[in-house]
Design a protein around this ligand. Structure first.
Ligand code: NDP
Ligand code: HSE
Length: 424
């Protein structure tokens, strides 16, 4: 039987989950795939994590040379997170002919080209299933099961932490900060939770996923990003009354030959299949021109779900005789602004607080009209001289609504524009 040596970089949430699965499944994998996967070295600083998993400390160090210089190790799986030292360690591993498996979407979305260059030098493979949508095999589906299609769009919930927070806020009326703490305790959140709540994590994932969908590198600076930190319970409640659920969505679309990539909170109809994706679960809807819609659903974060994706990549890499790299130009310098569309169209929910007196609504409506922004419905509640107005706005360009709201904010009678949420 072919023996394959693996190194694990990091023994935190994902590294720990991966180790446990590899240990439990070693014999099964040997039977089903004909490869005996052995963890030969681990890089980890915190020896309490090593002890908790009953690992022989003699295979643990903080020195990457113990991995690079071991000819028996052919696969390096990384779960340090962040850019350095993960980037240097993976580049050195690839150049030494070792394939890499990573869960690190930040690193992968920013340095895919560099890693691929090193993979070519070392004749090694790059595997990154766990970088997007946790345990859900979306990368393999895009790379190996959708060739009979031109993909029109991908839309999904790709961050477990924010979906967990929004679900608890909507279903249990809990406060944002308390739910975030719970997501951290459960091991869903990134080391710096701003990566989740400010939409960076979804942006990294969408950059990778839309690149695979459209066979063109979509760098992170072409992804519009807005997180959930400004979302209030009030708007979640108003949305509910109108038949909407609030989700942080990642959307990649081909529109008139240009790629549109965006991450932002959005109201979706309660009947949309994504509305029933709750807690740390994730889902992506992929629209192929021949197959139509496909929906992939499962756990988007956590030790064992992510470990499951890592182990599948390790076994896949171990079984390849030749590693396939990107079929598109992966060079960031080849990217042209004209390949991307930035002024997208949406319907909107707008909530503002204004003075409750004659003529105010007329001024607001006239300003919206000036920028070709058309009101679908409106709802007003007045109290003590102030009125809260919710507008549902017909489909319009992002630039139009932004200009209109900037002017509305400057009206003396308008206290604040409290929320602007896209509606799908
Ligand atoms: P953790 O913080 O739980 O684990 C990282 C581990 O790596 C820690 O034990 C850390 O030790 C160790 N480490 C970091 N740098 C070094 C170093 N230079 N030398 C030795 N040990 C080091 O993170 P996660 O497991 O949650 O995440 C890891 C990666 O996986 C990230 O890229 C994340 O985005 C990604 N990911 C996470 C998912 C999740 O559900 N958590 C899901 C999908 C992807 P110490 O703590 O002592 O610094
Ligand atoms: N922090 C990420 C999330 C981990 O919550 O989805 C999985 O990538």
């Amino acid at each position: 039987m072919k023996k394959v040596g693996v190194a694990l970089l990091g023994l935190g949430t994902v590294g720990g989950g991966t180790y446990r699965i590899l240990k439990k499944m070693r014999e099964d994998i040997a039977k089903t795939d004909g490869v005996d996967i052995e963890v030969m070295h681990i890089l980890e600083k915190d020896m309490s994590k090593v002890e908790a998993l009953g690992i022989d400390p003699s295979i643990v160090s903080c020195d990457i040379n113990n991995v690079i210089n071991n000819p028996e190790i052919s696969i390096v799986a990384e779960f340090f997170g962040g850019i350095e030292p993960a980037r240097s360690f993976l580049m050195a591993s690839l150049k030494a002919g070792k394939s890499i498996v990573t869960a690190n979407k930040e690193l992968f979305s920013k340095h895919w080209s560099d890693l691929e260059e090193c993979a070519k030098i070392g004749n090694a493979g790059l595997y990154f299933e766990a970088s997007c949508v946790g345990g859900v095999p979306v990368i393999r589906a895009l790379q190996a099961s959708m060739q009979g299609n031109r993909i029109q769009s991908i839309m999904g919930i790709v961050n477990g932490t924010t979906n967990y927070i929004l679900t608890k806020m909507a279903d249990e009326g809990l406060d944002y900060a308390d739910v975030l703490k719970e997501a951290q305790r459960l091991g869903y959140a990134e080391a710096n939770p701003s990566a989740d709540v400010d939409g960076f994590d979804s942006m990294y994932k969408l950059s990778i996923l839309s690149t695979l969908c459209f066979h063109k590198r979509v760098p992170i600076d072409k992804v519009y990003r807005e997180g959930i930190s400004k979302v209030s319970k009030i708007d979640i409640e108003f949305g509910k009354q109108l038949g909407y659920t609030l989700k942080l969505l990642a959307i990649g679309k081909m529109v008139d030959g240009k790629i549109e990539a965006r991450v932002h909170p959005a109201f979706i109809l309660d009947s949309n299949p994504l509305a029933s994706v709750k807690g740390s679960f994730n889902a992506v809807l992929i629209d192929g021109d021949n197959v139509g819609d496909i929906m992939l659903y499962g756990r988007g974060a956590g030790d064992l779900p992510t470990g499951s994706a890592i182990v599948s990549d390790i076994v896949y890499a171990a079984c390849q005789t030749e590693h396939k790299l990107s079929c598109f130009d992966n060079n960031l310098s080849a990217i042209k602004d004209s390949d991307f569309s930035t002024d997208f169209e949406c319907e909107y929910y707008v909530r503002m607080t204004v003075e409750d007196k004659a003529g105010v609504l007329a001024k607001i409506a006239s300003t919206l009209g000036k920028y070709d922004v058309s009101i679908n419905t409106l709802q007003q509640t007045a109290n003590d001289g102030a009125a809260s107005i919710i507008f549902m706005i017909h489909k319009t360009k992002e630039s139009n609504i932004n200009k209109a709201l900037a002017e509305i904010k400057s009206l003396n009678e308008v206290d604040s524009v409290d929320a602007l949420i896209r509606v799908l």
